[in-house]
Design a protein around this ligand. Structure first.
Ligand code: SF4
Length: 266
């Protein structure tokens, strides 16, 4: 896909502007794939790569090709944008400025990594990682062996509910860390990004909410692991509280598509 084709595709009115900025990136579970520019673009690039789907390496090859094409397109857009503003990105002066910016960014990145919110998110994420490394196989076995009966009450937990809960926990495990580092490492003295950050934080808060519920389901299946699970729940609850205090208006943010759609239903 060329840069011009990409620009044409972006004009398609079916796309919800900015929807991909505030989602959880879980496209397999997303109801808005056909209205998401990022998804449609990625699919078009994957289709274009045209690898044999029976090749066991097909997904990896496709990902590498798609990434390569994305970098090429990004480079072309940077060149075009710079040229429009009369900037020569190959000049020594520009490269020197870029190096200074890299140093500044590295400092901001390190500050973001050691921010108390990021540390709290990391503590949870790595504790969960350690637990799944140690107990994941046993949990999987318990899910496989859990009785599934049509006779039990429809509200009763089924093995697939716990499997789903595990997938949610794993999907959200590191998302808060990545988002917090991304947000906290950007200097925004004029608050220009504040609104955008609220949307990002809302997506993370919703992930924390559903992870808490998901841990509750795991605990119902495996009550003997309650002590450890309660520890994760407490880490999650603390993180959620601190994030809500740091970004008090985040939950009010209306995410394009997702929240607008639920408002229409109401
Ligand atoms: S909005 Fe949906 S389809 Fe688009 S990137 Fe996010 S999860 Fe994927």
């Amino acid at each position: 896909m060329t840069a011009d084709e990409l620009i044409e595709l972006a004009k398609d009115p079916r796309f919800i502007k900015g929807i991909q900025q505030y989602c959880d990136n879980w496209c397999e579970r997303c109801a808005f794939t056909e209205r998401c520019f990022r998804f449609v673009q990625k699919r078009a690039m994957e289709d274009e790569a045209g690898f044999d789907p029976t090749d066991p390496e097909h997904k990896n090859k496709q990902m590498v090709r798609t990434l390569h094409n994305s970098f090429e397109l990004a480079a072309e857009f940077i060149e075009r944008g710079a040229a429009e503003h009369g900037i020569d990105i190959h000049s020594a002066e520009f490269q020197a400025d870029l190096e200074d910016t890299d140093d500044d960014h590295e400092q901001c990145f390190q500050a973001a990594r050691s921010h108390p919110l990021t540390e709290a998110a990391e503590e949870y994420a790595f504790a969960v990682q350690e637990w799944f490394d140690r107990a994941g196989a046993e949990l999987e076995k318990r899910i496989q062996q859990a009785p599934r009966s049509e006779e039990i009450h429809p509200d009763q937990l089924q093995p697939e509910d716990v499997q789903d809960a595990v997938e949610i926990i794993r999907w959200d495990q590191f998302r808060a860390v990545a988002t917090l580092v991304g947000i906290l490492s950007i200097e925004d003295p004029e608050g220009l990004l504040t609104e955008h950050h609220k949307g990002k934080i809302k997506s993370i808060l919703l992930g924390l909410d559903r992870s808490l519920l998901a841990w509750g389901k795991v605990q119902l299946l495996w009550p003997q692991a309650a002590r450890q699970i309660m520890h994760f729940a407490s880490l999650l609850s603390e993180l959620r509280l601190w994030m809500e205090q740091a970004f008090p208006e985040a939950r009010d943010f209306l995410r394009p598509g997702f929240d607008e759609a639920s408002l229409h239903v109401m």
